[in-house]
Design a protein around this ligand. Structure first.
Ligand code: MN
Length: 133
């Protein structure tokens, strides 16, 4: 079964690049450009992985991570932050805020999908709460 990845990103160029790269390597993508839409799609689609920007309209990445981790139907879904870092400490803040990993912007087309693949191999969360749609 194909791996379905939800991408929540409000920058169209970054979103298009991630969709292009993931589709090229056979992943199915679902996209949202603001936080509330992303959370609604996560609830509706139960994707295999969520890639999430931090600075987003309506709900930011930290708020999305908190809501995902508080929902028993969604807390098993692995969550990767994709964000630019301007301050020391962001990495620790991200990893202590419910994200399982992060990828720094700008997106590196050579390595992005490799990072996603190795993440999926090593960071599978428990699926015990996973439900049929
Ligand atoms: Mn953004």
């Amino acid at each position: 079964m194909e791996t379905r990845i939800l991408i929540i990103e409000d920058n169209p160029a970054n979103l298009d690049l991630m969709v292009y790269l993931l589709n090229h390597f056979g992943y199915l993508t679902i996209t949202a450009m603001d936080g509330k839409e992303g959370l609604a799609l996560a609830t509706k689609e139960i994707p295999d992985l969520i890639i999430c920007d931090i600075q987003l309209p309506t709900l930011n990445g930290y708020e999305i991570a908190q809501k995902l981790n508080q929902d028993p139907k969604l807390s098993h879904i692995p969550l990767i932050a994709v964000t630019a870092f301007s301050m020391v400490g962001d990495r620790d803040k991200i990893l202590s805020s419910g994200f399982d990993d992060y990828i720094a912007k700008p997106i590196d087309p050579e390595n992005f999908v490799k990072r996603i693949e190795s993440f999926l191999k090593t960071h599978q969360k428990s699926n015990k709460t996973k439900k049929k749609e």
